[in-house]
Design a protein around this ligand. Structure first.
Ligand SMILES: [Zn+2]
Ligand SMILES: [Zn+2]
Length: 368
């Protein structure tokens, strides 16, 4: 048995979760996000934590998350019941989801109140959260921003660093403020330059960096790693008349043992939106077999809760037939080599990948 055989259990029409359209819920954000988190991450599987809403949590685990992980179909009645219970505790305020703020509210309800999880990440200003919203990159020189760049930019603008490398990181992309722009979801993001304590390298000479200069970063508009300097290089570079007013910030030094921990996070899945229809592209579930491979699997799952309409449903609500399709070679399309080609000519890539770049609104990254 190989990966493809494992993955084939998840693929086909009537796979995933059926999207619904009923009064008060015209978005299938909830179905798409539950599919992504259940199938591609372990975030919802932390069963040790007691929940403020134990019935909702156990229903989610038994009737949605675990069946999805084994490739089963979740019918419209299962979701209808869970949505009704969810609406009761959220007093109907959460649905439909149609903005980054509402996505954030739903994910906080799900992860904090239903799953009772600790915040997924914490910053050095002690602010901890379940999602991180990235800012739009207004600079025209960066016409095709990557998630890595948006993350660095947001940390610099907010003057925050991560306290440690999070196990999971949910990033809400600036889709709504960017309009038709495209964003490149990096296959891997490196948190080294946005960590409070990290061993960083001087951009000029390769020695250990002791300063970061936010003004150099803004001025040069390259990666944040190019704004890290050792003391002599920082002195030299800031003698230039263009940089005299810069205020390099001293970096916190790594003192504790175990500082060799990887600061790379792996892309687990992407949420996309077109109108009120949310779809996902995500890695298949880990199995004892495929987890022996490297961290990124070649064939990913594309999930559409509303692939077709079920004509046999009554008039009270319309149900949709969901579909999960296999998308091959995703890591190739999301590599930096592919990014360089796309930045030159976007027409060189397949339609489904181009669509993804124009519609991605959330990325989920994990350590493994
Ligand atoms: Zn140096
Ligand atoms: Zn500078």
């Amino acid at each position: 048995m190989n990966d493809t055989t494992d993955v084939s259990l998840h693929v086909g029409l009537w796979k995933g979760i059926a999207g619904t359209v009923s009064p008060g819920s015209n978005s299938n954000f909830v179905e798409a996000v539950l599919f992504l988190l259940s199938v591609s991450t372990d975030i919802l599987c932390d069963t040790d934590q007691e929940s403020s809403y134990p019935t909702l949590k156990s229903y989610l685990m038994e009737h949605i998350t675990l069946p999805l992980r084994s490739g089963r179909f979740i019918d419209v009645d299962v979701m209808k019941k869970w949505r009704q219970d969810l609406n009761e505790i959220s007093t109907g305020q959460l649905l439909p989801v149609s903005s980054g703020r509402e996505m954030q509210k739903f994910l906080t309800l799900l992860l904090q109140h239903i799953c009772n999880l600790h915040p997924l990440h914490e910053f050095n200003n002690l602010k901890a959260d379940y999602t991180m919203t990235l800012f739009a990159h207004k600079d025209a020189r960066v016409g095709f921003p990557t998630v890595q760049k948006l993350l660095e930019k947001t940390c610099i603008q907010e003057k925050v660093k991560f306290n440690k490398v999070p196990d999971n990181l949910i990033l809400i992309l600036p889709r709504w403020s960017l309009g038709e722009e495209k964003i490149f979801p990096n296959l891997h993001i490196d948190l080294t330059d946005v960590l409070e304590y990290a061993k960083r390298v001087c951009h000029m000479c390769g020695d250990q960096a002791v300063f970061e200069c936010p003004e150099c970063y803004e001025q040069e508009h390259t990666d944040l790693s190019s704004a890290a300097f050792c003391q002599p290089c920082s002195q030299t570079i800031h003698k230039h008349s263009k940089r005299l007013k810069h205020m390099p910030v001293e970096l916190k030094m790594v003192t504790q043992l175990g500082d060799e921990e990887s600061s790379i996070l792996i892309l687990k899945g992407i949420l996309c939106v077109q109108g009120s229809n949310y779809t996902t592209l995500s890695q298949p579930p880990r199995t004892s077999r495929n987890s022996l491979h490297n961290s990124t699997l070649p064939n990913w799952l594309s999930f559409n809760p509303r692939a077709a309409t079920n004509d046999f449903t009554g008039t009270e609500s319309v149900s949709h037939i969901p579909e999960v399709m296999l998308v091959e070679s995703v890591p190739n399309w999301l590599s930096m080599d592919a990014y360089d080609c796309m930045a030159k000519d976007i027409n060189t890539i397949p339609d489904n990948i181009r669509q993804l770049l124009h519609s991605c609104c959330m990325c989920v990254y994990s350590k493994s």
